[in-house]
Design a protein around this ligand. Structure first.
Ligand SMILES: C[S@@+](CC[C@H](N)C(=O)[O-])C[C@H]1O[C@@H](n2cnc3c(N)ncnc32)[C@H](O)[C@@H]1O
Length: 255
């Protein structure tokens, strides 16, 4: 069986908690600003997770618009259902929509977990109308800078997390892969998350839970010591975390 992260049960709840942080709210503002959805648009959220972004997109397109979230995880869809959204469960990369059904789409922190990226991108292109656009955001997990008293242990935990991601460095090859799939590249940018305090409800403090619980081949006592060290650094004013997201705005050619 594949080691790639599956977002059921506890991981789904942890991602929902990450979505509630100020950093993720700011990231979503950036995604919506770049996508620039218009009132009345039909928008698809691929891998919608707990539905934060889909809800905000629904506000942006207004009552004449339509936002549909799809996900492979029943637990994620159950969390998203609390938000009164149109939701569809998918089995893999196939999207159950007619050609050209959407004016725009988003996929944030999703494709790095998808093994069949060419299949997923082909489906994304198909369901967009000619001239439609998509905003794709993924993390390069080699970009994490996380201060620790034990660098070797930090690398073990990060390696254990990277082993749960289908392509932990996806942004590096994504331009080429988007072009190969038939998209036009409209804009590329970065979004950095920086946390120099490690407060309890911050994105990185919540990532201590999520990465720690998900890291492959790291003993629980090692994970506990790693987490305690980070919290001690936060208490002593010596906390530092940063990670880079990469945003790709692409268009479907009009032919
Ligand atoms: C890290 S979460 C991100 C959730 C949300 N997009 C966000 O930015 O908070 C990854 C999500 O992608 C979903 N996912 C993974 N593979 C998928 C696929 N092939 N099609 C649709 N969703 C998928 C997972 O179930 C999970 O909900």
């Amino acid at each position: 069986m594949s080691d790639v992260m599956r977002y059921d049960g506890a991981p789904a709840r942890r991602v929902a908690a990450l979505g509630d942080t100020a950093e993720m709210a700011d990231q979503r503002r950036r995604v919506i600003e770049l996508l620039a959805p218009r009132e009345g648009w039909r928008v698809l959220d691929v891998g919608c997770g707990p539905g934060h972004l889909a809800m905000e997109l629904a506000d942006a397109v207004g009552p004449r618009g339509r936002v549909c979230g799809v996900d492979v995880s029943d637990e994620m869809l159950a969390l998203a259902a609390r938000r009164d959204l149109e939701l569809v469960r998918v089995a893999d990369t196939a999207l159950p929509f007619e050609d050209g059904s959407f004016d725009a789409a988003v996929a944030t922190q999703v494709y790095e977990f998808v093994a069949d990226l060419p299949g997923a991108l082909a489906e994304l292109l198909r369901v967009l109308r000619p001239g439609g656009r998509a905003l794709i955001l993924d993390t390069d997990w080699d970009s994490v800078v996380w201060h620790s008293s034990d660098r070797e242990r930090m690398e073990q935990v990060l390696d254990g997390w990277r082993a749960r991601v289908a392509d932990p460095c996806l942004p590096r090859s994504l331009s080429r892969r988007l072009r190969e799939a038939g998209f036009e590249l409209l804009d590329r940018s970065t979004y950095a998350i920086l946390d120099v305090e490690g407060r309890e409800h911050s994105y990185s403090a919540r990532q201590i839970e999520h990465l720690g619980a998900s890291a492959l081949d790291v003993a629980p006592e090692q994970v506990r010591a790693w987490a305690e060290d980070l919290r001690a650094l936060a208490r002593s004013g010596d906390y530092f975390f940063s990670v880079n997201r990469y945003l790709f705005l692409v268009g479907k050619p009009r032919y």
